[in-house]
Structure formats: C-alpha cells, structure tokens
Design a protein around this ligand. Structure first.
Ligand SMILES: C[S@@+](CC[C@H](N)C(=O)[O-])C[C@H]1O[C@@H](n2cnc3c(N)ncnc32)[C@H](O)[C@@H]1O
Length: 273
C-alpha cells in the first residue's frame, strides 16, 4: 500500500509535533510498512482514510497508536558489547570507589525500549558487582511508548530476542522458559522503576544520576531538540557522573559542557569541571 506525499507530510508533522522525532523525507516506505498493519484495527481500508480520521478527530488513542507504531524501537541485549565492558571495567569500579561512603547509586536508562538494555545492565551488576546488592540502588528506565514499556515490564522475550546478544549461560541463569518464550526473573524485573515520558517535553522530577544511558535515541531528533535534551541531562547528571550515548551519537558540536572520554574502544561523556 502506498501513501500520497500529502499524507506522508501530515504523518511527519504529527510525529515531530508530538514526539520531536524527525522522519526523513525518503522514509515514506516506513510509514507504509508500519501503519498498514493498523488499518483493520482502526476500521479503515487505506492509509488515506487513516490520515483523514487523524485529521478530523481530536487527538486520541488512535493518534497515540499511530505514533507508537512509527517509533523505532530496535534494541537487543548487550547491544554493541563495548559500552558494557566500559561499564564493567571502568565506570562502575570508579563509582564504587567514589560513592563508598554514601553507598548509593542512581542509574537512568532513557529510551529503554522493550527492556533489553536495562536488563543487560542489571545482569552485569549481578554478575560482577554483588556488593551493590547492599547499596541503595535506584534504576529508572523510561520511554515515550506505553506499549513498549509494558513489554519491558513484562520481561517476556521470544527465542529470537534472547538469541540476540545474550549468552546461553545468562539465559539459563536469569530467565525461565514460558511456552515458546522466556521471562526474565522477577527479582531482576523489580529492580527497575519504569516511567513513561517524552524526553522532548517537561521531565518529571528525577534524582541526580550517576550514570545516564541515552543510547540510540538522540539520533532521531533535530539539532535544537538534541541540544535541549543535553542541556537537561546536564542538570540531572552528577558532576562526576557518566553519560553513555549510542555509537552514532555524540555531544560534539552540540554541547561543549560535555567532554568525550575514551576507555579502550568506547567513549562516554563527562561534565567539564
Ligand atoms: C532505537 S530504540 C533504542 C533502545 C535502547 N536504548 C538501545 O540502544 O538499544 C529508541 C527508543 O527511544 C524511544 N523514544 C523515541 N523518542 C522518544 C522521546 N521523545 N522520548 C522518550 N523516548 C523516546 C523509542 O520509543 C525507543 O524505544
């Protein structure tokens, strides 16, 4: 099913207005492939009819569903592996040392999608930093999409999903088979406080963070939105905290308050003192 350029333009504007996400001009095929499966459920036959409903009805769950379908939620366990080595070998050992008297750590995974990223971090902590079990650990994971957060909270993954990035040993240790799927253990799920909010709008009150994972999210925003979000990251990151971005993302040319810091093959961002 193809979409007219006027309808494509309407969807692009709707997305930008409500999520700040930028859909490139050559991505009409994405709108077609992501919205066509919704048509039956929405009681329409064509993308044009769907757009007409969106245009004529006040903002409602239909618009929300369309936006959620349009968001890219690609993720997998221990994505890119190197950032997790940096976390294990440099960042957490440093923070364990720096916070040894307060024994408190706050982590935030922003744009957590279906949970593979926060659960990878929790498994890494369980495996390599058992002493943190006696610390006051806050772990917030957030996303704009209620559907994807519900999946993250359920912690239920297909065989295909657990075969992406997860070792057989970790699968056996931290997951229970459930029919053809795998559910992550309850004690890992309950360590994460899931919150739904839009990074481009006002943020809820957050504790000051020691580590912020904001990986493969900024890439979808325009420059002013990236700058706006980084300015707010600055306010919630502790002065000696760490910001981790995706491999294709950087603060360079966006916010000079951040200093790229390399550990082996990975880069994280720290506030200049
Ligand atoms: C490509 S996924 C990245 C998931 C994970 N961080 C990773 O690197 O594997 C991007 C996530 O950001 C979320 N997202 C997109 N726009 C957002 C916004 N404006 N506010 C909050 N989350 C957003 C999407 O719903 C999606 O789950």
């Amino acid at each position: 099913m193809t979409i007219s350029s006027a309808d494509f333009e309407y969807i692009r504007k709707l997305m930008h207005q409500h999520t700040a996400l930028v859909l490139a001009e050559d991505k009409a095929y994405l709108v077609e492939s992501r919205l066509t499966p919704l048509l039956k459920e929405m009681g329409v036959h064509t993308l044009h009819q769907l757009v007409r409903r969106l245009k004529t009805e006040p903002f409602s769950s239909i618009h929300q569903q369309v936006l959620e379908a349009m968001v890219t939620t690609e993720t997998f366990f221990f994505r890119d592996s190197e950032p997790f080595k940096m976390l294990q070998n440099f960042i957490l050992p440093d923070l364990l040392q720096q916070r040894r008297s307060e024994r408190r750590l706050c982590l935030w995974c922003a744009g957590c999608s279906s949970g593979q990223e926060p659960y990878s971090i929790v498994m890494l902590i369980q495996e390599h930093f058992p002493e943190l079990s006696t610390w006051d650990l806050t772990f917030i994971a957030s996303d704009i999409s209620g559907d994807i957060l519900a999946r993250a909270q359920a912690g239920l993954y297909t065989q295909h999903e657990v075969s992406r990035g997860l070792s057989p040993a970790l699968l056996q240790k931290y997951f229970q088979p459930q029919g053809k799927t795998w559910r992550i253990n309850h004690n890992l799920r309950q360590k994460i406080d899931y919150r739904q909010f839009n990074l481009a709008n006002a943020w809820p009150t957050l504790p000051t963070m020691d580590i912020i994972f904001m990986r493969n999210v900024l890439i979808y925003f325009d420059v002013p939105t990236k700058q706006h979000i980084l300015a707010r990251v600055r306010q919630v990151l502790r002065p000696d905290g760490y910001l981790l971005l995706g491999g294709g993302e950087t603060t360079i040319h966006l916010d000079t308050a951040f200093k790229p810091t390399q550990f082996n093959k990975s880069i994280c961002y720290r506030l200049r003192s």
